[in-house]
Design a protein around this ligand. Structure first.
Ligand SMILES: [Ca+2]
Length: 210
């Protein structure tokens, strides 16, 4: 399996470089981050593989601390970060790769002057990240330690398989623009209703006078 996996990694790197996904451009600090998550990736029961299409977030950090997600209402907000953490990108589990010992693979462009460490956050869910969801994070890895020799500013995050251990409730908070729109529409509806009531009252008073 190790030999097969090594070959797969080589093919993956070749594809990344060929399509420019992992290759650094001429711009300063622009680097490529190739991410490979190995099997098995188990859900919270420690036995069942995570669902095909499960979401994986790649997160960078200045310090070596995995900061918690933000909270809103009665739960966590899945696509949020706090402290100095920044979401670099997202990818999904591809069950078709499990024959290669791989859960997911992806290539991202990063500014490697912004992060010193990187980790992944995995959700055992391919759907909207709301409700009760099993999730977990990998270890946090020192970015310079995974620089790929001979490929310039290309980093290779090779995450060993692990078991998700957290079960929490997640909520989706509307974007500020959406929230403002809801308030605006609600305000207009309230004003129209008040106006209609006022007109009805005036009409009733006029009828009584007649
Ligand atoms: Ca941090």
């Amino acid at each position: 399996m190790q030999i097969v996996f090594h070959r797969f990694r080589q093919c993956l790197l070749a594809l990344f470089v060929l399509f420019g996904l992992g290759a650094a451009s001429a711009r300063a600090n622009d680097a490529g981050l190739d991410v490979l998550v190995q099997s098995p990736l188990y859900g919270c029961d420690g036995v069942t593989p995570v669902a095909d299409g499960s979401w994986i977030m790649i997160i960078g950090s200045v310090d070596s601390i995995i900061d918690p997600m933000a909270q809103g209402g009665n739960g966590y907000i899945a696509n949020s970060v706090t402290g100095d953490d920044v979401i670099i990108g997202m990818m999904q589990v591809d069950a078709g790769l499990r024959g290669w010992g791989v859960e997911a693979a992806g290539g991202f462009h990063i500014d490697d002057s912004l992060y010193n460490y990187v980790y992944i956050r995995v959700f055992d869910s391919a759907g909207p990240l709301t409700g009760d969801i099993c999730w977990g994070t990998s270890d946090i890895v020192d970015l310079p330690s995974i620089q790929d020799p001979g490929l310039g500013n290309v980093y290779f995050l090779d995450v060993p398989g692990f078991t998700l251990t957290n079960q929490d409730t997640f909520v989706i908070i509307p974007e500020p623009s959406t929230a403002n729109l809801i308030l605006l529409v609600g305000g207009i509806a309230w004003a129209m209703r008040t106006n209609i009531r006022r007109k009805k009252k005036t009409a009733q008073e006029e009828e009584q006078q007649i």
